[in-house]
Write a protein that binds this ligand. Structure first.
Ligand SMILES: Cc1cc2nc3c(=O)[nH]c(=O)nc-3n(C[C@H](O)[C@H](O)[C@H](O)COP(=O)(O)OP(=O)(O)OC[C@H]3O[C@@H](n4cnc5c(N)ncnc54)[C@H](O)[C@@H]3O)c2cc1C
Length: 456
């Protein structure tokens, strides 16, 4: 029997486990995650109001409940947990599916001012990620719940995550209450006085990375007006004649044109989509962010933009920076800092250009933070195909016995599937006590209390 460790229980980890047990009857898989909860960004990234996408967790659940798959939560792989080398001793093969966990920085003055956050921080807060409890920031108490004291926000970036956070700022309690959003985040967003959100891109509308479905959804939010300045759209050479654009970008431009031409209407929330503005500085006011200074850009004729030396300040007491994710190196694994990925050949990890036997990657850490959840399925399958080609050679090595026994002997106490099910029950009970559906437990203490069956 080939024993495989999959590190990470997000989509790529689950799809890897699924392909392994589907393609080979002689494989058993342990899916390890540093969190006691499975599903990676499907649980802790996909916005709570996207319930259909979130329900993908049910598909991933069937993988983790397969008789030859074990979920081992609460196990961090790396120098401050179980070293990768130890995993290699305990398993014939290890597949790293650890995602891309860090934001890119803007690298401009004022980025660290209070009130300026990465989109990841905001997403983690409303998703109830236990590393980011609602009352703490960088280990220090912070009770402002992001939105307190703010009436306008700037979202820097024009990808789908930027659209998510913009939409969440415009959602009201009625729409969020039926979701699994933690109670603290729900209360804060329900009390929010943020009425104006500017979502700003440094390039043109035809280069924006959001998808049309997500973009259009902004226009269907209750009591919300979406505006676009036609003069900014016209700076884009593709705006006058979008027929040469690929279909997704053409559709985006058409949606934006519709908003630019729509007559103004009164609404509680205003979302303004802005283009050709490059952030150069976050400006302080009374000790926190008060505005973002942008430089007007224009197309440079080569697909990029160039600054014009003209500036515009947009007032905002909340700034969310959403300019992309990047992988973080896992000590002991090779890492290409330029792409933020692990070098590989068809999923086989490369060390100094040579295949490292028994080590594989899949998902965002393999190909970078691109694509939708489904993109991770063929990505995982490619890796599994490589692994199964190597299986005969890998299986020759005798293992010390059941890895779970060895991990316990090392002092590691994984959260197994029944532990996760206890968390699910506790979240259902919490929701019932609040008159809501399932409500997420947002901190380590209450998650671990649930695992151990105590009151939270
Ligand atoms: C904010 C946001 C919203 C998104 N919304 C959508 C959407 O609506 N629709 C869509 O199709 N796609 C969406 N995506 C993209 C989608 O989430 C990704 O394609 C997908 O999650 C990538 O899968 P992954 O398994 O590679 O990484 P992840 O989902 O990040 O999973 C990685 C897992 O590895 C674990 N891990 C990390 N390091 C370690 C370690 N050292 N030891 C043990 N475990 C570790 C993590 O805890 C995590 O569970 C969104 C992405 C983001 C960031």
């Amino acid at each position: 029997m080939l024993r495989v460790a999959v590190v990470g229980s997000g989509p790529s980890g689950c799809y890897t486990a699924q392909s392994l047990v589907q393609l080979d009857n002689d494989v058993c898989v342990d899916v390890l995650d540093r969190l006691p909860c499975p599903y990676g960004l499907v649980r802790y990234g996909v916005a709570p109001d996207h319930e259909k996408i979130k329900s993908l967790q049910n598909n991933l659940r069937t993988v983790l409940e397969h008789e030859r798959v074990r979920f081992l939560g609460g196990v961090r792989i790396g120098p401050d947990g179980v070293p990768g080398a130890r995993l290699r001793e305990l398993y014939h093969a290890v597949v790293y599916c650890v995602g891309a966990a860090t934001d890119r920085h803007l690298g401009i003055p004022g980025e660290e001012l209070p009130g300026s956050w990465s989109a990841t921080e905001f997403v983690s807060w409303y998703s109830g990620h236990p590393d980011f409890p609602e009352h703490e920031r960088n280990g220090a108490p912070d009770h402002d719940g992001f939105v307190a004291g703010a009436n306008s926000a700037v979202v820097i970036g024009v990808g789908n995550v930027a659209v998510d956070v913009t939409r969440m700022l415009a959602r009201g309690a009625t729409e969020l209450s039926p979701t699994d959003i933690p109670q603290g985040a729900l209360t804060a967003l329900a009390a929010s006085r943020v009425t104006d959100v500017d979502m700003v891109g440094r390039r043109g509308p035809s280069q924006a990375r959001f998808t049309t479905k997500e973009l259009r959804e902004l226009g269907s939010l209750p009591d919300t007006e979406v505006t676009v300045d036609a003069r900014e759209l016209e700076l884009d050479p593709a705006y006058a004649d979008p027929s040469g654009l690929p279909a997704p970008q053409r559709r985006n431009v058409e949606v934006l044109r519709g908003w630019a031409e729509a007559p103004p209407r009164a609404a509680r929330h205003r979302i303004r989509l802005r283009f050709f503005l490059r952030p150069v500085e976050l400006l302080a006011e009374a000790g926190r962010v008060g505005a973002v200074r942008f430089e007007r850009t224009v197309p440079d004729g080569r697909g990029g933009v160039t600054g014009t030396g003209r500036y515009e300040d947009i007032a905002a007491q909340l700034v969310l920076r959403s300019v992309g994710y990047r992988g973080v190196p896992l000590e002991g694994l090779p890492f290409d800092a330029a792409s933020g990925t692990v070098p590989h050949l068809g999923g086989r990890v490369l060390r100094e250009g040579a295949v490292s036997p028994g080590e594989y990657v899949a998902g965002w850490i393999k190909r970078g933070p691109t694509g939708v959840i489904g993109t991770n399925r063929p990505c995982a399958k490619e890796t599994v195909t490589s692994l199964l080609e190597d299986a005969a050679a890998l299986a020759r090595r005798e293992l010390p016995g059941d890895p779970l026994t060895a991990l316990r002997a090392d002092g590691v106490e994984p959260v197994e599937w029944p532990g996760w099910q206890s968390i699910e029950r506790a979240e259902a009970q919490l929701g019932a006590s609040l008159g809501r559906g399932v409500v997420k437990l947002p901190d380590w203490q209450s998650l671990m209390n649930a695992v151990h069956g105590s009151a939270h």
